[in-house]
Ligand binder design. Structure first.
Ligand code: 0L1
Ligand code: MG
Length: 260
């Protein structure tokens, strides 16, 4: 059966996540010619498995939102995945070590009204956003050495692993999100810095692209979802015991410690 191979991919990646071990990428094992559409089919099955297990979606997330990443991966659009409730860690809490975690500083959008593409713009997203808040995303590819193709990473739920949201919620109209600066420190040393403009010129643009991508499968962004718009900084590799701090201009600080 044609769909059987996508179930096999979803099972393979789910087992890697649950058993906290890295695996050989799909395009080297199960399906060398995996297309973007097929990769999203496999991702959907992985997402459905989590829903069937009782996990709840917090919101989609955007990945590969910088031009530098596109050039690196040879692509011309971002990717999306899904954040689930079991991935949330309190601000100041402990993020359990999984495989080879990396951290990114991001701006999250709490959506106030459904946003349905196609043709959505960043300005429309801002008008339908209730609040923005700071976030640290922990990505943890299930693939060996974080090595994957564009389609591999789509099937792997865009490397999503854990998320720590900050406590400061602000109206997006309060400031220019593209100018919001952020520093990312590990054990008191600044490792990366960036600004909102690193995300497709403005973080709201990434949410607009998401709405337009979801429209291709008849889906939309839903009121109440909290969406990660993409990384302001490069991702930094973490080890057990690291204390991580992301400081966001006007949006406060987000911290966590990497546990065992
Ligand atoms: O959230 C992200 O931007 C990560 C997307 C997947 C690429 C990666 O794992 O580096
Ligand atoms: Mg990210």
């Amino acid at each position: 059966m044609a769909g059987e191979i996508f179930k096999q991919i979803a099972d393979y990646l789910e087992a890697a996540e649950l058993e906290k071990r890295e695996v050989v990428k799909i395009t080297k094992t199960i399906k060398p010619d995996l297309t973007v559409a097929e990769a999203y089919q496999a991702q959907e099955l992985l997402v459905q498995k989590k829903l069937d297990q009782g996990h709840k979606i917090i919101g989609p997330k955007m990945g590969l939102t910088s031009k530098a990443k596109w050039d690196q991966m040879g692509v011309s659009e971002p990717i999306y995945g899904y954040i689930f409730d079991y991935m949330l860690v309190d601000n100041g809490g402990v993020v359990p070590f999984q495989i080879h975690p990396k951290v990114e500083a991001e701006i999250a959008f709490l959506i106030g009204e459904d946003i349905e593409g196609p043709g959505i713009t960043g300005a429309q997203v801002l008008a339908k956003t209730e609040y923005v808040l700071p976030a640290l995303e922990i990505i943890d590819s299930r693939y060996e050495n974080f090595n994957f193709t564009h389609t591999d990473v789509i099937a792997d739920n865009a490397s999503t692993s854990r998320v720590v949201f900050g406590n400061t919620l602000r109206k997006p109209s309060d400031f220019d999100l593209e100018l919001v600066g952020s520093t990312l420190s590990i054990n008191g040393q600044i490792k990366e810095l960036g600004a909102g403009a690193a995300v497709l010129g403005h973080p709201a643009n990434a949410i607009a692209v998401l709405a337009n991508m979801l429209a291709r499968k008849g889906d939309k962004i839903k009121k109440g979802e909290i969406i990660l718009s993409g990384a302001l900084t490069s991702a930094v590799l973490l080890k057990v015991g690291d204390f991580v701090s992301g400081k966001f201009e006007g949006l406060g600080e987000v911290t966590f410690t990497v546990g065992e």
